[in-house]
Design a protein around this ligand. Sequence first.
Ligand code: IPE
Ligand code: IPE
Ligand code: MG
Length: 233
Amino acid sequence: MFKKRINKIPQHIGIIMDGNGRWASTQALPRNMGHKEGINAVDRTIDALIKFGVKVVSFFAFSTENWKRSEEEINGIFNLVRDFLHSKRNNFKERGVKITTIGDLTPFPEDLKTQLALTKEETKDNDKLIVNLALNYGGRSDITRSVNRLIAEGVKEVTEQDILDNLDTKSLPEPDFVIRTSGEERISNFMLYQMAYSELYFPKVLWPNFNERHLRKALKVYSKRNRRFGGIK
Ligand code: IPE
Ligand code: IPE
Ligand code: MG
């Protein structure tokens, strides 16, 4: 119904989910309750993205800098992600959701790695929506690891395309649109190389409150943008 008024749907949306901690403090709750509500917002947003016909979403869930937080908060986030994958695995299949990840998973606890591997394997043939989770992800780390892969192959001089082809996102299109919630206007080391021409949008809403209405507003904003890629239109 509302699709009529949104004439341009981004193929790939990046979402920097910010504001979980602030949401929790407005409710006088511990920070991890904010992350719990944040997971519910992810699930809601998956439904809304499918409804609008978006094909790929990348959720920034844990950055290479988030290790600076307390052990309690970090473990809380890991447990929430693990339980989310475990409880939703069949439901992802029903919804046609394919789970992928970017970022270096090596330092994660074994139980989380197991859930990630199982979920990726069991959803790999789904094609309605790719839900790409950025976990222990940093744009600089991604570029550095890409270049190191090329060096290991013995490449003497790299092209821009070589770097792109060896990023964690190599099988995904570049994000057309990046939304960061909570009103902060920065990238915080998200897909630096891939975002060269992404449209950016910074709504005030705290991530746990994000819903279909906010996504619809975001998509309306995007459909009014005029992407020129350095050319003239
Ligand atoms: C984003 O919410 C979630 C993660 C970074 C894991 P925050 O936890 O950064 O929330 P604020 O910024 O403290 O409100
Ligand atoms: C960015 O949020 C990282 C994620 C959403 C996972 P942060 O809350 O960690 O970013 P800064 O520290 O405010 O830049
Ligand atoms: Mg934050």
